[in-house]
Design a protein around this ligand. Structure first.
Ligand SMILES: CC(C)(COP(=O)(O)OP(=O)(O)OC[C@H]1O[C@@H](n2cnc3c(N)ncnc32)[C@H](O)[C@@H]1OP(=O)(O)O)[C@@H](O)C(=O)NCCC(=O)NCCS
Length: 138
């Protein structure tokens, strides 16, 4: 079952993200997850009261951004990832949003391609910021 992510889900979402090697970043915290789900475009796939998948996106006005997607390693290839991404796509379509972007792991490119995603002409750039605030630690 897919449902909207709630603040009480934060610890379990974090555990799910930490269960995938290389996924969880050392500068993230429970607050990071809480901030990410606050916009109302975050969903979990739940079965028998266990969270097996998580997706979150953000409507930025001009376009939307899918920031995280993860499915528990033991439950992959069962359609959970597809269902989560399609739920986000539907929500944004209803809002009238026309473009959804994501920076994705190379291994996941075939997954997104199967869902109709394509490489845009624009190039993604990144700037690593020096954190001057310890307020996110938790
Ligand atoms: C990418 C990920 C979310 C896919 O979740 P999933 O639940 O296993 O995917 P689904 O079962 O919904 O697969 C949907 C389609 O993508 C295909 N697919 C999934 N992973 C694939 C892969 N690595 N290579 C090729 N195709 C893939 C499936 O075969 C399926 O196609 P089909 O419907 O034509 O059979 C999951 O593998 C994952 O959490 N990976 C680690 C984190 C990650 O890469 N996140 C995304 C980018 S940051």
């Amino acid at each position: 079952m897919i449902r909207r992510a709630m603040p009480d889900d934060v610890p379990e979402i974090r555990l799910l993200m930490e269960s995938v090697p290389g996924f969880w970043q050392s500068h993230w915290s429970n607050s990071t997850v809480g901030l990410a789900i606050a916009g109302g475009l975050a969903f979990v796939f739940e079965e028998d009261s266990r969270i097996l998948g998580f997706v979150c996106a953000h409507d930025l006005g001009f376009r939307a951004y899918l920031s995280e997607l993860v499915v528990a390693p033991k439950t992959r290839n069962q359609g959970i990832g597809r269902a989560l991404v399609q739920r986000v796509e539907q929500e944004l379509s209803v809002r009238g949003q026309a473009v959804l972007i994501a920076d994705v792991w190379r291994d996941a490119i075939p997954f997104y391609a199967a869902l109709g995603w394509e490489a845009p002409e624009a190039v993604l750039l990144r700037k690593r910021l020096k954190s001057r605030n310890s307020g996110r630690a938790e």
